[in-house]
Design a binder for this molecule. Structure first.
Ligand SMILES: *[C@@H]1O[C@H](CO)[C@@H](O)[C@H](O)[C@H]1NC(C)=O
Ligand SMILES: *[C@@H]1O[C@H](CO)[C@@H](O)[C@H](O)[C@H]1NC(C)=O
Length: 399
């Protein structure tokens, strides 16, 4: 009997529900290292889908790789460490601190991160793999019978639905699982529901023109708010200029950054390769508080991304290869990753807190400030300020 390689299905799952404004931190933290890999991945995916809306969770990509890292050896491990710029020894202490920070009390009503590993019944995972993931990522480990693929898929989907408060009802279908070969499914779910620090008044939302990535003009609901925002003008090394606007969420720990080209002729794809956590940090110095009328599309985006090709392009290849994958710290049985998927969703609406609405009212009493209209394809980045972690990143070609 020849040696069988078992499937390891990896699912990355991110989701966000949000609603306006932002501020920045410093140094290359573990949150930033992981996010940088995720941002590069986003750039790969965006390049392959230049006309589409794309949303991803850079942090989720790093989380799953961090969980798998615990079980990886040899070149499989080296490739993950190199891509993430993690130190060879003891990255878990840093990752544990990051996870605690992101899920701390002050962020709790905004960010929920849930990790799980589902293993085939009777399949013995190494204790150290299970306990390290539990200690660092509060990762649940459960057994499932993958021989009944539809029941196994239901169990995973139920778990995901519960941990995303129903926002992502399904992630895996039974045909992604192999009754004979699947041994391990790792899931990371990020649920994010942000309320703007300063809300948009729904009655100010009007249908307006938006020139989409395909060059056509669409009528879309555009939110509007007169408020003080952090705004700046940034530039790529090639001199391409773009506006950056920060919209903080209530609590001020997380904000959304919007980047939109200054020139109508500039494509969003010309800015994307320039974005990294360092670029994002540099925006802080460029931005100033200004009173403007901001017009921003109301939008919902959902995207599913197969990460095998983009991860491979970034040098993480062995874990997908039956003959090369080395997960000996998970089990002595040969394992490889047969599927790497991420599903993310973000909703951007007017919602905000009452307290901040009052602030807006005061500003409305004053004269007519400049208008900032986001009516062209743009990028958004949802970022945890203290750690520089990028929770979500997306390009919107057509709201
Ligand atoms: C999160 O990390 C930042 C930066 O290291 C630190 O200043 C802050 O106190 C941390 N917060 C929590 C709740 O751990
Ligand atoms: C919106 O776009 C349509 C179609 O291109 C155009 O006819 C109309 O004048 C535009 N409206 C505004 C307010 O720019």
């Amino acid at each position: 009997v020849c040696e069988m390689a078992f499937h390891c299905v990896v699912l990355f799952l991110g989701m966000a529900m949000s609603t306006v404004y932002a501020q920045i931190p410093s140094t290359s933290s573990y949150g930033e290292r992981g996010s940088d890999l995720g941002i590069q991945l986003f750039a790969q995916v965006a390049r392959s889908r230049p006309q589409e809306n794309v949303v991803m969770s850079p942090h989720s990509v790093a989380s799953i790789l961090g969980m798998l890292l615990v079980g990886a050896e040899g070149n499989t491990r080296r490739q993950i460490l190199t891509a993430l710029r993690y130190k060879k020894h003891g990255p878990y202490k840093m990752l544990k601190r990051l996870h605690k920070n992101l899920t701390s009390r002050e962020n709790r009503d905004l960010v929920t991160i849930a990790n799980a590993i589902f293993a085939q019944q009777g399949f013995k995972m190494e204790d150290l793999f299970v306990s390290t993931n539990k200690a660092n990522f509060q990762c649940e480990s459960k057994n499932l019978d993958f021989s009944d693929t539809s029941e196994a898929a239901d169990s995973i989907n139920n778990w995901v639905r519960d941990h995303t408060k129903g926002m992502i009802p399904t992630i895996v279908s039974s045909d992604m699982l192999d009754g004979a070969l699947t041994r391990l499914v790792a899931v990371n779910a990020i649920y994010f529901k942000g309320l703007w620090k300063s809300r948009f008044q729904p009655e100010n939302t009007k249908m307006r023109n938006f020139t989409a990535g395909d060059g056509k003009v669409y009528r879309i609901p555009m939110m509007s708010q007169l408020s003080v925002f952090n705004i700046g003008l940034a530039s790529t090394p090639f001199g391409i200029k773009y506006k950056v606007i920060e919209l903080p969420y209530h609590g001020d720990t997380i904000s959304m950054l919007i980047a939109v080209p200054s020139e109508d002729s500039t494509l969003v794809s010309e800015i994307i390769p320039h974005i990294s956590t360092m670029t994002i940090q540099s925006w802080t110095k460029l931005m100033n508080q200004r009173k403007v009328r901001l017009l921003l599309p109301k939008f919902t985006v959902e995207a599913e991304t197969d990460l095998e090709a983009p991860l491979s392009a970034l040098g993480i290849t062995d874990m997908f290869d039956q003959t090369k994958a080395n997960f000996k710290q998970i089990s002595s049985e040969p394992l490889h990753v047969s599927k790497a998927l991420q599903k993310s969703k973000i909703e951007v609406t007017e919602d905000g807190t009452k307290a901040s609405a009052a602030t807006t009212a005061i500003l409305l009493a004053r004269s007519s400030p400049p208008w900032v209209i986001v009516d062209r394809p743009f990028l958004f980045i949802v970022r945890h300020k203290a750690t520089g972690t990028v929770l979500f990143m997306g390009q919107i070609n057509k709201p």
